[in-house]
Design a protein around this ligand. Sequence first.
Ligand code: ZN
Length: 315
Amino acid sequence: MPRPRKSSPKPKRRAGHPLSRAPEPGKVSSPWTLGRSRGLQILQLAPFSKLPWLVHGFSTRVGGFSSLDGERLLNLGFMEWDTPENVNANRKKFQAALGADDLTLAPLKQIHSSLLYPFAAVPPRPCKGDASSTNTPGLLLAVQTADCVPILLVDPKKRAVAAIHAGWKGTLARITEKAVGRMRYEYGSKAAHLLAAIGPSVGSCCYEVAADFVSKFTAQFADAAEYFDEARSGEEPNPLQWLNMAPPGHQPPPKGVHLDLRKANRSQLLAAGLRPQNIFVSDLCTACRTDLFFSYRKEGALSGRLMSVVGIRSK
Ligand SMILES: [Zn+2]
């Protein structure tokens, strides 16, 4: 499909469909869409875009006012290498690109916890926690990531939403499962009605962790063995087998294993009662795709922050 020429009239924006679709190198797989708006590229989920009262989006690094090595970046977190002015301008631009200028951004001070805040209004200062929820129109819930898993929950029946930041600590502390329970408590949301979007995050391909993560997770989750990649190449023993074999010490300890945080969080959503067909997992790996995303594992301190947002339109 040819790219629209600059002189062509802008497509009319409709509520719930603020972005024009643009084919990109490395297209995203359905039902995800990578839309272009105001020089930015934003990842969205078609089943969410269908809801006219809902605003949502997963940012990418493309565009923005921040600058690093000559690249224009949409850094949405207050990082040492960037100025607060740039970050604030980027946040404004991101909201405008989503058609969400009139919503008030409600970011969190993320601490890798399992704390969730139900917001009825935007707090004067960001709360220390890693998830938030609301059924109040006009609030734009936000989580920031650079490899960790961003998860957006939407209840189309009760018109309530949640945003979750799940790194390995939050995942281990069951933040995603707890968020579903909290939505039931706060808004009467039935898990079977909830839709979930698990956004771009580090894939197991790029997420090597210490071998003791296996025992950390198997102590908490019955299906934890499925979150870890099986045998590694070479002569090392399979860490999972090694853990199941007694006594330890007869073989050299394994170096590391690969953890699939997406799978772990999907599993929590299923355990909480979500239907498999209502859970949408992006297969985009932030560390493989540093052309599109920020990755702490790949870029370290010079990584920016992505933002995943969800909110209810006020009109
Ligand atoms: Zn990867």
